[in-house]
Design a protein around this ligand. Sequence first.
Ligand SMILES: Cc1cc2nc3c(=O)[nH]c(=O)nc-3n(C[C@H](O)[C@H](O)[C@H](O)COP(=O)(O)O)c2cc1C
Length: 198
Amino acid sequence: MLPTTATDRRAETSVPLVDVLAERWSPRAFDPDGVVSDEQLTAALEAARWTPSLANGQPSRFVVGRRGDDTFAAILDSLAPGNAEWAHSATVLVANVAEVTDENGAPRTRHEYDLGQAVAHFTVQAHADGLHVHQMAGFSAEALRESFGIPARFEPLTVSALGVLGEADTLPERVRARESAPRSRKPLGDLVHRGTWN
Ligand SMILES: Cc1cc2nc3c(=O)[nH]c(=O)nc-3n(C[C@H](O)[C@H](O)[C@H](O)COP(=O)(O)O)c2cc1C
């Protein structure tokens, strides 16, 4: 039986984490009939809005489509085939866009960092509400620019699929195994430095 619950995919940690972080993971199997309420979607976007950013510059923007509308279809069209083959079952697709230069033409710094943090908070809020998110870099930024008329000073950096966890058995054969592959991370000791780097 393939694992399809958040609990099955729980992160193994040396000390306990809050459930929403331990149980967050990135599924490919989304329920094609899954419902995301307007309140749940707004809550995730509010979480993104309230993230910290460099000098409170707030460079993050979001193009939001619900399955069945034109925005969803255009974002889906921009995805690499290996992502589109499962992301079509998500309830919502969000193109995550960073403002690269401000309105006066001055280049921003840390805008990618800020957008990543905003998307992380979006993700955590969604998972706290019982939903799942899968972020993707496999898409065409140019296709999104063309579809939505995104100005040159903004850059689409990722797309997020948001929805209700589905059955792994419904996935194409090629990606099904990945859905149940063990989740792994480098040991904490490899990431944390104290004193000198080595
Ligand atoms: C910036 C970014 C880009 C990603 N791009 C893709 C992608 O194009 N396709 C995909 O299937 N997963 C993508 N992922 C998902 C990662 O592969 C996934 O988060 C990672 O393997 C860890 O798995 P977990 O989120 O289930 O813990 C991306 C994640 C991030 C943060």
